[in-house]
Design a protein around this ligand. Structure first.
Ligand code: ADP
Ligand code: 5GP
Length: 193
């Protein structure tokens, strides 16, 4: 059986990555979302084990410091720790599933060093629109919101390192583009030969 493909998605917070991913996962089968570990507090509506594995800093460090590390990659983002379970990703890829990681630009850089992921950067149409979406979501304190917006401009500088770029302006068009990338990658000759 062929190993699955590894997709890495990064975007500034509030850009619409989660919304976009939900749409695409409803349309395409055989895609598995890797649920990250995080030390951040759950938002209203977030479910442990579905959106994230919500853990304490001690629990996070215990996974991180195993030998070899229990994380394929990890990073501190907006003041909290986030990491991708190595075991979760490896077992799904080995079973032939395509796996999607929703990780920040630091994590993407680590994955690039150790694997050959398909990397996709999702950008907002503008920073003004990004702020409007982040405020509209209503999940962040003013301090968290400011921090996320300040990081956004920096994260955008990493966009050229990604294979694909999607501007999430109209959701329907962006979802079509993301689905098309995944389908095209699945059809590459070396994968079907
Ligand atoms: P992220 O996962 O990147 O932090 P979300 O998916 O939570 O972002 O989206 C942030 C907010 O923006 C949500 O309220 C969502 O409904 C809205 N949103 C997402 N995509 C679009 C879009 N293309 N146009 C307008 N609003 C959007
Ligand atoms: P949020 O707190 O808004 O859910 O996520 C904040 C940022 O952390 C986003 O850029 C998201 O992609 C990133 N992130 C989520 N999970 C992981 C992970 O496992 N590793 C890394 N490096 N970043 C992650």
């Amino acid at each position: 059986m062929n190993e699955g493909l590894l997709f890495v998605l990064s975007a500034p917070s509030g850009c619409g990555k989660t919304t976009l991913l939900r749409q695409v996962m409803e349309r395409l089968s055989g895609l598995s979302f890797s649920v990250s570990h995080t030390t951040r507090q759950p938002r209203t509506g977030e479910v442990n084990g579905r959106d994230y594995h919500f853990v304490s800093l001690e629990e996070f460090k215990a996974v991180r410091d195993c030998q070899p590390s229990g994380f394929l990659e990890w990073a501190e983002v907006h003041g909290n720790c986030y990491g991708t379970s190595r075991q979760e990703v490896d077992s799904r890829l080995a079973a032939g599933m395509d796996v999607i990681l929703d990780i920040d630009v630091q994590g993407a850089e680590q994955v690039r060093r150790n694997a050959q992921p398909v990397t996709i950067f999702i950008a907002p149409p503008s920073l003004t629109e990004l702020e409007r979406r982040l405020r509209g979501r209503g999940t962040e304190s003013e301090e968290s919101l400011r921090r996320r917006l300040a990081n956004a401009a920096k994260e955008m500088e990493s966009a050229p390192a990604y294979t694909y770029l999607i501007i999430n302006d109209r959701l329907e068009q962006a979802a079509l583009e993301l689905s098309s990338i995944i389908i095209a990658e699945r059809c590459r000759k070396r994968r079907t030969a």
